[in-house]
Design a protein around this ligand. Structure first.
Ligand SMILES: Cc1ncc(COP(=O)(O)O)c(C=O)c1O
Length: 388
């Protein structure tokens, strides 16, 4: 299969769509119309390409993990999104969306953030392109990600604490959507993952597929068969995984998305509606959204992008879980073996590879591409706390 646009209504199978209050329908229509026009406009595409290259630092390399590969008996290639400006893949989609917002004549970017990486990327793009920025963030995440909150404020963004519910990303997203309703004339809602009402899941995947497209060409230079046996990425909402998978959907590669055990929307969720789209979501028998947990702030989101729910149903991608303990161990292992301190989110993917090799699920001699979605600086305080 290929990474296609969703159906006219923004459906990936039974997932996706647009479940928003009447007042937001024109805003979603406007974003969809403008995105379709921009995506078909060669001048928009070439401007985005230039911006990704001269400002964000694309293309990112693929780094062979020599020592870890030798120890595990596999070939492990790392797609280095951690090397991008602001430290994660979030900047790919934010720059795309910010250029779109500029084309639409908006003056302010609104965003939600969990780990703070999307908020930092939004604040950065806003500063660079001359937007005002308002970032909604759960109070619990503000405590966990102090450094990123400070970074956003240094970049001139307003960070709005959200005190409702679990005081995490889920609540920040609800608040950002509410705020968008009242400021839609001058504000562009810059969403952080492949989630939200149509066209966001599709649009964000298209902005992130640069990861998979680049990686596919780069892997060909390292691997005898041209494509890896396994393509692995961590999943919060699922944007780095969607972008990575899009480059490999039409290959025989096994696609593996790694969720946090406490936020495993594909593995433990059921079909429901969250933040304007239908997906697999953690909920109780009355449809109340359940609290999710992960040591990584962004991975405690109780839902998943609709395309992932669809790929799971089709059996084209597989979704697995790892727990916090394995994640911290994996982060340290990658650090001492390869000299790379990755984000806790990315360490989920590393943790699964370590376990899958140990349990024989990844056989000796296999080739694995793993997207390192971000760098670990923001997580060092959490790790210091956990090792005390
Ligand atoms: C470094 C990093 N990786 C992964 C994620 C998870 O998001 P997604 O699943 O959309 O890639 C985040 C979210 O903040 C992140 O900061």
């Amino acid at each position: 299969m290929d990474a296609r646009p969703p159906s006219g209504l923004g459906r990936f199978g039974e997932y996706g769509g647009r479940f928003v209050p009447e007042s937001l329908v024109p805003a979603c229509d406007e974003v969809e119309r403008e995105f379709r026009a921009a995506w078909e406009d060669p001048s928009f595409r070439s401007r985005l390409e230039r911006v990704l290259s001269v400002y964000a630092g694309r293309p990112t390399p693929v780094t062979p993990a020599w020592r870890l590969s030798a120890e595990l008996g596999i070939t492990l290639l790392l797609k280095r999104e951690d090397l991008l400006h602001t430290g994660s893949h979030k900047i790919n989609s934010v720059l795309g969306q910010a250029l779109l917002g500029q084309r639409m004549g908006k003056r302010r970017l609104i965003a939600e953030t969990g780990a703070g990486q999307h908020g930092v990327a939004t604040a950065t793009a806003a500063a660079w392109l001359g937007f005002a920025a308002t970032v909604f963030m759960g109070e619990r995440d503000i405590e966990r990600q102090e450094l990123n909150v400070f970074r956003m404020r240094m970049l001139g963004a307003e960070v709005v604490p959200v005190s409702t519910g679990s005081r995490t990303l889920k609540d920040a997203t609800s608040e950002a959507l509410r705020h968008w309703v009242s400021s839609v004339n001058d504000s562009y809602y810059c969403i952080g993952s492949v989630m939200g009402p149509h066209p966001y899941p599709w649009m964000v995947r298209e902005f992130q597929r640069v990861i998979g497209d680049e990686a596919r060409t780069q892997c060909a230079a390292y691997l005898r068969t041209g494509t890896p046996d396994f393509v692995v990425a961590c999943i919060g909402g699922g944007s780095n995984a969607a972008g990575t998978f899009a480059g490999f959907l039409d290959t025989p590669a096994q696609l593996v998305g790694v969720e946090a055990a406490g936020g495993a929307a594909v593995n433990a969720g059921t079909t429901g509606v969250l933040h304007g789209f239908r997906t697999k979501v953690l909920q109780d028998s009355h449809g109340q959204i359940s609290y999710a947990h992960s040591i990584a702030a962004r991975l405690d989101y109780p839902g998943i992008g609709p395309e992932h729910a669809y790929l799971s149903d089709l059996g084209r991608a597989r979704y697995v879980t790892v727990d916090d303990h394995e994640v911290v161990k994996a982060l340290r292992k990658l650090g001492v073996s390869e000299g790379i301190l990755c984000a806790l989110e990315s360490a989920h993917a590393v943790a699964w590879v370590l376990r899958a090799v140990e349990q024989g699920e990844i056989p000796p001699g296999a080739t694995v591409l793993l997207t390192l979605s971000g760098r670990g600086d923001k997580d060092m305080p959490t790790l210091m706390e956990s090792t005390r």
